[in-house]
Every structure is written in C-alpha cells, then in structure tokens.
Design a binder for this molecule. Structure first.
Ligand code: ZN
Length: 105
C-alpha cells in the first residue's frame, strides 16, 4: 500500500485512495492504481536495495557480466562516477556513494 496522499483525485472516478500492486511477472516491479476503480496511474521501479545493487550484472564495460558487488573497488568507483542508469546506481550503492532504498515488503 502507498502512504503517499499528495496526488490529485482519480480522473475516472474522483477517488483519492490509491493502491500499490506488486507485479510478480513482467518487466515492472509494481504499479499504482486507483483503489476504487483500478485505473492505472504509473509503474513503480524496484527499490535499489544493497542486495539488488550487489547482485546487479554489469551490462557493458571492462567487467561486463560480473556482479557489481564483485567488482574491484577502484573500478566500482570509476563506474559509479562514469555510468548512468542501473550500472551507475548499482556501483554508487556498492561504493557507499548513494544510500540504498529501504527493502521492500
Ligand atoms: Zn478511480
């Protein structure tokens, strides 16, 4: 469930309650829907936990295919400063340059 109440009412039914629905299959981690009518609002990215960051597989670079948690420290720091998106985020968390998200439910 989402505790965030700072959003406009549902354009379909006017309700203000929203629900977070965990998606077990497919590319998305979860979605936010209207609690009353089920209208879709947005998908929710998976939280960047320390566990996820360490297990992240580098998609390119010198250590392509290696887990971020297994990278040499100097390379992880380089990747954290250089790469955007998932690889950069994973390496920032592994290096302690970014706080990990709280674990999901
Ligand atoms: Zn609605």
């Amino acid at each position: 469930m989402s505790g965030d109440q700072a959003h406009p009412p549902c354009p379909s039914c006017g309700a203000s309650e929203r629900s977070e629905v965990r998606l077990e299959h497919g590319p998305h981690w979860a979605k936010i829907v209207c609690a009353a009518c089920g209208r879709h609002f947005k998908f929710v990215p998976a939280p960047w936990t320390l566990r996820r960051a360490r297990a992240f597989t580098m998609p390119y670079g010198k250590f392509k295919g290696k887990r971020a948690g297994d990278l040499p420290a100097d390379y992880a720091r380089f990747a954290a400063d250089t790469f955007d998106g998932g690889p950069g985020i994973a390496c920032k968390i592994v290096c302690g340059l970014r706080a990990a998200d709280p674990s999901g439910p």
